[in-house]
Design a protein around this ligand. Structure first.
Ligand SMILES: Cc1cc2nc3c(=O)[nH]c(=O)nc-3n(C[C@H](O)[C@H](O)[C@H](O)COP(=O)(O)OP(=O)(O)OC[C@H]3O[C@@H](n4cnc5c(N)ncnc54)[C@H](O)[C@@H]3O)c2cc1C
Ligand SMILES: NC(=O)c1ccc[n+]([C@@H]2O[C@H](COP(=O)([O-])OP(=O)(O)OC[C@H]3O[C@@H](n4cnc5c(N)ncnc54)[C@H](OP(=O)(O)O)[C@@H]3O)[C@@H](O)[C@H]2O)c1
Length: 320
C-alpha cells in the first residue's frame, strides 16, 4: 500500500484514486480510472471500520420515549453502536396525552407514587410524561416539529429514505432502521355526517378540545359512545344549565371493571377516589409496596378478560 499523504483524511488514506493491478499492487491513477475490466474502486475506509447504525424513531409519545430509555439507560452499551434520532411532528412530547385534553382522567422504569387519584386526568398523565422524560434526559435525541412525510426502502443502498418536513422545509435523511412509535390515535377524524361542518353552533372534537369555550347553559349533542363519549357526557351534564343528548348508533360494551376498593383493599363507593397523603407517602418510601399495588391492579384487571375467552366458565356465567 502507498504511504498515506500528510494531509490525508482521518482514516489515513488520501483522496487520490487507486487501481488494483493484476499483480495485486495498487497503482495511483490521479483521479482518472482507466477503462479496464479489473478496476476495483478502493473504499477510503479500512475494512471493518465500525460505523454507527442510524436509527430513526417516529414519534415521542410513550412508545418513542420508552425506546429512548432503552437505548440510553436499559442498554447503555448501545450508544456505541447506535445513532438515534426521534422525529416528533408536534411541538411537545406526549403524543396522545398532548392532544387529548378534553375533561376526563406509566413508564415501567419510573412508576409514579404521586398520582392524585385512582384514574388520573389526561393533564396529569401529560405532566408525568414531561417530568419523567426530562428527569431521564429522554428528550435528548428528539427533534420537535419534524413530521415524517414519506418513508421509502432503497434496496440498492440498503437504507430507508426518510422525507422530513419542518417549518415548511422538506429534506431527506437516510436510516438503517426506522422504528414506528407513531401511535394510531393521535390523528383525529370527524364522522362522515353530511352538513356537519355547516353547523353554525360551536363544534369541537374530543382530540382537539377548545377549553376557552364556555359549555355551560347550552344544548349539547355528543356524537358517539366510545370511551371518549362516555367520559365527556357526564362532564357536560355536570355543568350548569346544560341539556345533553348523546347520539349513539349501537350499544357500548363495557367489560367488568374491578372497583377501586378491591385494588385499594378498603371499602369505598367512590368510583375515582383520591389517593391519601398516607398512601402516597407509603409508595414513595417503599417502591416494593408501590410495585405490589400496581401488579395487583394489573393482575385483577387482566383476570377479568377471561370472560371473553370462548366457552370459558366466566363467559357462561354472563350468558346465563
Ligand atoms: C383519549 C385517549 C385515552 C386513552 N386512554 C388510555 C388509558 O387510559 N390507558 C392506556 O393504556 N391507553 C390509553 N389510550 C391509548 C394511548 O394512545 C396509549 O396508551 C399510548 O399513549 C400510545 O402511545 P404511543 O407513543 O404508542 O402513541 P401516541 O401517544 O399516539 O404518540 C405517537 C406520536 O407520534 C407522532 N407522530 C405520528 N406520526 C408522525 C409522523 N409522520 N411524523 C412525526 N411524528 C409523528 C405524534 O405526533 C405523537 O406524538 C388512550 C388513547 C386516547 C386517544
Ligand atoms: N381508556 C380511556 O380512558 C380512553 C378514553 C378515551 C379514548 N380511549 C381510546 O381512544 C380510542 C378512540 O376512542 P374514541 O371514543 O375517541 O373513538 P371511537 O372508539 O372510535 O368511538 C367513536 C364513537 O363515535 C361513534 N360514531 C362515529 N361516527 C358516527 C356517526 N356518524 N353517528 C353516530 N355515531 C358515530 C362510533 O359509533 P360506532 O361504534 O357505531 O362506530 C363510536 O361510538 C379508543 O381506542 C379508546 O379505547 C381510551
Amino acid at each position: 500500500m502507498p504511504e498515506p499523504d500528510a494531509e490525508a483524511p482521518t482514516n489515513g488514506l488520501s483522496d487520490d484514486t487507486y487501481e488494483v493491478q493484476t499483480n495485486g499492487e495498487p497503482r495511483k491513477t490521479n483521479g482518472t480510472i482507466p477503462q479496464s475490466d479489473y478496476n476495483i474502486p478502493l473504499n477510503k475506509e479500512y475494512a471493518y471500520t465500525p460505523r454507527k447504525l442510524k436509527v430513526i424513531t417516529i414519534g415521542a409519545g410513550f412508545s418513542g420515549l420508552i425506546i429512548a430509555h432503552k437505548f440510553q439507560h436499559r442498554y447503555p452499551e448501545m450508544q456505541a453502536y447506535v445513532h438515534h434520532t426521534i422525529l416528533e411532528g408536534h411541538s411537545e412530547l406526549g403524543g396522545t396525552w398532548l392532544v387529548n385534553t378534553y375533561p376526563l382522567k406509566a413508564f415501567p422504569f419510573d412508576p409514579n407514587p404521586d398520582w392524585s387519584r385512582f384514574y388520573s386526568s389526561g393533564a396529569e398523565i401529560q405532566q408525568y410524561i414531561l417530568r419523567t422524560a426530562r428527569k431521564w434526559n429522554l428528550d435528548r435525541d428528539v427533534k420537535l416539529n419534524h413530521w415524517v412525510k414519506e418513508l421509502r426502502w432503497l434496496e440498492d443502498r440498503g437504507q430507508w429514505r426518510v422525507t422530513i418536513e419542518n417549518d415548511g422545509r422538506r429534506w431527506e435523511e437516510y436510516a438503517d432502521v426506522v422504528l414506528s412509535g407513531q401511535g394510531v390515535l393521535v390523528h383525529h377524524k370527524w364522522p362522515q355526517i353530511p352538513g356537519l361542518h355547516d353547523f353554525e353552533g360551536h363544534l369541537t372534537h374530543s382530540a382537539n378540545w377548545e377549553h376557552e369555550y364556555d359549555y355551560s347553559n347550552k344544548r349539547i349533542a355528543v356524537i358517539g359512545n366510545g370511551s371518549s363519549g362516555i367520559q365527556i357526557v357526564p362532564q357536560m351534564q355536570k355543568l350548569p344549565g346544560t341539556q345533553v343528548t348523546n347520539f349513539m348508533r349501537g350499544p357500548t360494551w363495557v367489560y367488568y371493571r374491578v372497583p377501586p376498593s378491591k385494588h385499594l383493599g378498603q371499602e369505598t363507593d367512590d368510583p375515582n377516589p383520591d389517593y391519601t397523603d398516607e398512601e402516597r407517602r407509603r409508595w414513595r418510601e417503599d417502591p416494593a409496596e408501590l410495585k405490589k399495588y400496581r401488579k395487583g391492579m394489573i393482575h385483577r384487571t387482566n383476570k377479568a378478560f377471561k370472560m371473553v375467552h370462548y366457552q370459558s366458565s366466566a363467559l357462561r356465567t354472563i350468558d346465563n
